[in-house]
Write a protein that binds this ligand. Structure first.
Ligand SMILES: Cc1cc2nc3c(=O)[nH]c(=O)nc-3n(C[C@H](O)[C@H](O)[C@H](O)COP(=O)(O)O)c2cc1C
Length: 158
């Protein structure tokens, strides 16, 4: 069966959503099933059936998850579901120049909680520094390699 991918977007001003759109465009025609969900609209039950997920989130405040993503993050912390059937990747958006001490902390927070709950990360996180690289361009370049890793990982389990 074709790989089914859910992109979970945490955003304050829309850039992470733009990154998700760019990824969908880049993967168009590759025969994957892709859905993009705003973290504002989901809770921990999004992981109920397991599968492959890509967390794509910016960081706000002092290393916080975006406002709209907070209820989702807190739901995971509170319910602590067993995520051993979840495979995931991480794209973090941040700004090293202005927020060096909390660079991409929201992405790192999601990475930590998902691993803690038993999910297995595929590949290394992509942590974009908007001061040096356009996030949508860097993500579009990165996604091909990550999808190949997913196919190997998920294929090996089937
Ligand atoms: C008020 C404010 C606080 C921010 N705090 C952080 C931070 O703590 N760490 C970080 O890496 N980036 C931080 N950023 C940078 C954003 O994460 C970055 O601009 C990102 O591309 C915004 O994406 P979004 O539109 O999807 O929210 C901050 C930006 C603003 C405006």
């Amino acid at each position: 069966m074709a790989l089914q991918l859910s992109i979970l977007v945490g955003t304050q001003t829309g850039v992470a959503q733009l990154v998700a759109q760019e990824i969908e465009l880049r993967l168009d025609g590759e025969g994957l099933g892709i859905r993009t969900l705003l973290m504002d609209d989901i809770d921990a039950s999004v992981f109920a059936s397991g599968g492959v997920f890509l967390v794509c989130t910016s960081t706000y405040g002092q290393g916080d998850v975006p406002d709209g993503a907070k209820p989702f993050y807190e739901d995971l912390m509170k319910k602590r579901p067993d995520l051993s059937a979840v495979r995931y990747g991480v794209i973090g958006l941040g700004d090293k120049g202005t927020h060096g001490k909390t660079f991409c902390f929201a992405a790192k927070k999601f990475d930590s909680i998902l691993t803690e709950l038993g999910a297995i990360r595929i590949g290394e996180p992509l942590l974009n520094d908007s001061g040096t690289d356009l996030p949508e361009d860097e993500a579009a370049e990165w996604i091909g390699g990550w999808i190949e890793l997913c196919k190997k990982e998920v294929g090996a389990e089937a």
